[in-house]
Ligand binder design. Structure first.
Ligand code: NAD
Ligand code: ZN
Length: 247
């Protein structure tokens, strides 16, 4: 691992493919709290304990209040220079660029990213808790009590379209395929504590072709720091714009 103070740009050649994984840190400069800010607590509850199927079963109102607050925070925020830099890289690289985010906010889309997967779900979508076959709905509702939450046509409750702890992330088939064929993997603003996302950097090093070059950007070393070929310490909004040069 190299701790880089990059003076020159990182070149993306004509046969390179870039896979990007982002976490809560990329939205920090937009004013959205990371999970570690506030000691992992929300209104006195451990964040992990409101983001589980058990919490939904025991106290769905608390769960809806938590995600309603996060919807309000996201509506009030704007994409920052790091989201914009990734959208610009996609414009330059076309289908050689792929974005996977662990974030449930919509700041990447609002910056212009399109070729992307929200592996942990999306804040502004809701679905039937019984998966009765009704469609996932766009939903920016803010619910303070359960009687405000709409019911599904099957009669079941509507839940946030979020991947809770213990649930299977979305888009894993596509993600695995994109990691297998990337030559460069960039991770931005994630502590490397939540799996499977924390393994992606290892998969990129062990893929069938030659190992991908792996980069991390964030103000502190992630837990899986040893798997990165280059670590660029600093805020995403300051370090990412202009870091890469498409040859
Ligand atoms: P995290 O809070 O664990 O880590 C945030 C990271 O961002 C830290 O490594 C920090 O150094 C970095 N960071 C802070 N400011 C930055 C900046 N300006 N630029 C770049 N990096 C910056 O968040 P995470 O790693 O994204 O968490 C992983 C996943 O765990 C989350 O996406 C989420 O899906 C899941 N999780 C979910 C909940 C939930 O409420 N559903 C709760 C906890 C974790
Ligand atoms: Zn239903």
């Amino acid at each position: 691992m190299m701790l880089t103070n990059i003076e020159s740009k990182i070149k993306i050649g004509p046969s390179d493919r870039l896979f990007v994984l982002t976490g809560a840190g990329i939205s920090a400069e937009s004013g959205l709290k990371t999970f570690r800010d506030g000691g992992g607590l929300w209104a006195g509850h451990r964040v992990e304990s409101v983001a589980t199927p058990e919490a939904w079963k025991n106290d769905p109102e608390l769960v809806w209040r938590f995600y309603s607050q996060r919807r309000k925070d996201a509506v009030a925020s704007r994409p920052n220079a790091a989201h914009q830099a990734l959208a610009e890289l996609e414009r330059q690289l076309g289908e050689r660029f792929f974005l996977c985010t662990q974030n449930v906010d919509d700041l990447h889309e609002r910056a212009g990213s399109t070729n992307m997967v929200h592996m942990h779900g999306e804040l502004f979508k809701s679905r039937c808790e019984d998966d009765c076959g009704s469609a996932v709905q766009y939903d920016e509702g803010s619910y303070e009590s359960l009687d405000q939450v709409p019911k599904c046509r099957c009669g079941a409750r509507i839940r946030p379209h979020i991947v809770w702890f213990g649930e299977i992330p979305f888009g894993m088939h596509r993600i695995e395929k994109e990691i297998e064929r990337c030559t460069m993997l960039l991770v931005v603003g994630t502590s490397g504590a939540v799996y499977p996302a924390a393994s992606f950097v290892h998969w990129a090093r062990r893929r069938a072709g030659s190992p991908a070059r792996t980069f991390y950007i964030g103000p502190e070393e992630p837990l899986n720091v040893g798997a990165f070929t280059e670590v660029i310490l600093g805020k995403a909004g300051e370090r990412l714009p202009g870091l890469f040069e498409v040859a």
